[in-house]
Design a protein around this ligand. Structure first.
Ligand code: F6R
Length: 259
């Protein structure tokens, strides 16, 4: 696991954009796994900025989002489809046909979830999966107790997640279920890019990176991935115990880069 503790949330976004850009430059038809929520918003703004400056093209990129609320159609303002168009897809040169999210309004949600999992495999798998972490340690909507080998399926959101999704949005009626990639599906991605910013995430980040591997903290499954990069601001990193080691690695990295 490669842990970066950077000076600010903006620096986290820039580093994450660098990692995405490096992949897309090496592989213009890269398949990116995307997340919604507050954490990746600054990353998406940075990707839009680079695209509009002509530095980065999404013309051949294909995307797969982690999740979508159950019973919510793609044009509903509270859908993740809508959120993704708003924050990224509508502002870059991506072909909408190459942007995938589970259909939350599918007549048969279990079949939709299985088909989504199969589609990811059929397209060749995800090259880089971007992840945020819930305060309760969830990734996607894999709530505590989720099987560490789960595949894309319907999950019920925990009370904690429902509360978090409602925060600051008094008019938002938070759906109670979602279709989400499973933890096994997420771990199939060739590389993971985990982002966390802010004090509220510090306990979940510490449990995910340094706690025991446990369904209690679904994000701890990233410990199983051979190519996981975690980018944090100092607040999200506040509860980590191995900080001295991460700093040592960082110094070694800079030393190598300067030679
Ligand atoms: C989003 C997702 C969630 C979020 C997590 C953190 O598609 O699957 O796991 O990444 O809830 O959300 P924020 O970034 O809003 O704190």
């Amino acid at each position: 696991m490669d842990v970066w503790i950077l000076e600010s949330a903006q620096a986290v976004a820039v580093k994450a954009a660098d990692i995405c850009a490096e992949l897309i430059q090496a592989k213009p038809d890269a398949r990116l796994g995307l997340a919604t929520g507050a954490t990746p918003q600054a990353l998406y703004a940075e990707l839009v900025r680079r695209n509009q400056l002509g530095q980065l093209s999404f013309a051949r990129v294909e995307t797969f989002n982690l999740d979508e609320y159950l019973g919510v159609g793609p044009n509903q303002p509270r859908s993740f489809h809508h959120a993704m168009r708003d924050s990224l897809f509508d502002h870059v040169d991506i072909d909408p046909i190459n942007t995938h999210l589970p259909a939350g309004d599918a007549a048969d949600p279990a079949a939709e979830a299985a088909a989504y999992d199969a589609l990811i495999k059929a397209r060749g798998g995800i090259d880089l999966q971007i992840l945020g972490i819930g305060r309760n340690g969830h990734i996607g909507f894999n709530e505590p107790g989720s099987s560490l080998r789960s595949r894309t399926r319907v999950k019920t959101l925990s009370r904690a997640t429902l509360r978090d999704n409602q925060l600051g949005k008094p008019d938002f009626e938070a759906p109670v279920m979602a279709i989400t990639m499973g933890i096994g599906t997420i771990l199939d991605a060739r590389a993971l890019l985990v982002l966390a910013t802010g004090w509220a995430k510090a306990p979940a980040v510490a449990a995910a990176l340094e706690g025991p591997l446990s369904a209690r903290c679904p994000a701890s499954a990233i410990q199983l991935h051979p190519d996981a990069t975690v980018v944090l601001d100092p607040a999200a990193a506040a509860d980590l115990r191995l900080t001295e080691y991460y700093e040592l690695v960082d110094r070694a990295r800079r030393h190598l880069a300067s030679h």
